[in-house]
Write a protein that binds this ligand. Structure first.
Ligand code: NAD
Ligand code: ZN
Length: 380
């Protein structure tokens, strides 16, 4: 696949284009001039990505005739905070940038969320171009318009919907990404396949070896298919009032695991563990077809995603952490679960989440934790 264009409806004024093309980063200046023309570009990247890619991006943006300034924050999920948002916003101000600025978010999901939130609030909102550099950001977070920062104990607690004006995906940028980071991102593709498209799920099963080995052709196809699927969900539900809940599969437990690990677990790794446990919970409460969790185990294992869980983990600790998350309601938690591989469980009223009593969740999750550790310890 050389180039793919996906039109994602999501902005009041129309659609935005996601361009997936190997080598396209070299043309970032011309592409931004075409899709998001501006007097000035504020290029935001974390410390690691800035060292690798910012100067090439600045050169290309300046060649297209615009002013381009670089802004850097320290890498790591623990820097996706109000403080980083404030420092970046202050830095844009001190550079004298104005309303005719476009923010370019160059990096993984952390940068996309943080720089997107800067753009959403800067001068009451300026356009943002997303240039994802991790698998996770390419297949998931750069599309859909969710931006924001974490607070202590609550992921993404403060944020805004701010759809990008353009998304530039160059799979070549993955060549410098560490394999464990690359594999962590695969879990978001597995998630969307598990909820929306059994054929794509089967394709991932067959392609897992190439994906885990970092084959850029196979990764490019994964990105294109994931973006098309996510774009379809976002198009139907741009502000997360219904269908978009299906994208939360694995994330109720996943976010809890992420915060219980003090973010030593990567987001994608936590989501993989979350899907394993939530699918078992779904099977136990009768919403998910038996055997679904096993299929997920197998595909996540072939994507080389870690299966180790903290031995001190209990259902109660997970549920306490999950209840402080924004998805909690009085006495129960709402879950987005697959009915079977490729299809999300819907409720008779046409919704996509299921309230399950906390005490029932605790019994089911404790059993899920036991089964998951037996599966992990059994020979593959
Ligand atoms: N907005 C959404 O819809 C959405 C969806 C899913 C996840 N997220 C968010 O995404 C975040 C996780 O994103 P992530 O996994 O991309 O993490 P990340 O942005 O922290 O990137 C991971 C690490 O890889 C480095 N890196 C990035 N690109 C690189 C490259 N090409 N070469 C070398 N190193 C590179 C980064 O510096 C960082 O150290 C979480 O905060 C999660 O909440 C948001
Ligand atoms: Zn996620």
């Amino acid at each position: 696949m050389d180039s793919l264009r996906v039109e994602v409806p999501g902005r009041p004024a129309g659609t935005y284009e996601v361009l997936v093309e190997r080598g396209a980063f070299e043309r970032i200046g011309a592409l931004c001039a075409e899709h998001a023309p501006a007097h000035a570009y504020a290029l935001i990247a974390d410390s690691r990505v800035a060292g690798l890619y910012s100067s090439r991006a600045l050169d290309s943006l300046r060649k297209s005739g615009a002013r381009a300034e670089s802004f850097v924050f320290p890498a790591g999920e623990w820097n996706k905070t109000r403080r980083s948002w404030a420092e970046l916003s202050d830095a844009l101000l001190s550079e004298g940038l104005g309303r005719d600025t476009v923010v370019v978010a160059l990096g993984g999901g952390v940068t996309g969320d943080l720089a997107g939130f800067v753009a959403a609030t800067w001068m009451r909102g300026v356009p943002v171009v997303q240039v994802p550099t991790t698998v996770l950001a390419m297949v998931d977070s750069s599309v859909g318009g969710k931006t924001g920062v974490d607070t202590r104990g609550a992921k993404n607690a403060i944020g805004a919907f701010h759809h990008p004006t353009f998304v530039l995906v160059d799979p070549e940028l993955l060549a410098t990404l560490a394999p464990f980071q690359r594999n962590a991102g695969l879990s978001e593709s597995v998630k969307i396949a598990a909820m929306r498209d059994v054929r794509f799920f089967e394709w991932i099963e067959g392609a897992a070896r190439g994906l885990a080995a970092g084959d850029l052709d196979v990764l490019s196809e994964l990105i294109g298919r994931s973006v098309a699927l996510k774009g379809g969900v976002v198009a139907e539900d741009p502000r997360e009032q219904g269908l978009r809940a299906v994208l939360n599969f694995g994330h109720t437990v996943g976010h809890a695991l992420e915060s219980l690990s003090d973010y030593s677990l990567l987001h994608g790794e936590a989501v993989a563990q979350g899907m394993r446990l939530e699918a078992r919970l779904g099977e136990m409460v009768g919403l998910t077809q038996p055997g679904t969790a096993e299929q997920l185990d197998a595909v996540l294992r072939s994507c080389d995603l870690p299966e180790e869980l903290d031995p001190d983990l209990t259902a109660r600790r997970i549920l306490e952490a999950a209840s402080s998350d924004k998805k909690a309601r009085e006495g129960s938690l709402r879950w987005s679960l697959p009915a079977r591989v490729g299809t999300a469980a819907s409720d008779p009223a046409g919704g996509w989440t299921h309230a399950i009593d906390l005490s029932e969740c605790e019994v089911a999750l404790d059993a899920a934790l036991r089964t998951a550790s037996e599966v992990r310890d059994s020979p593959a």
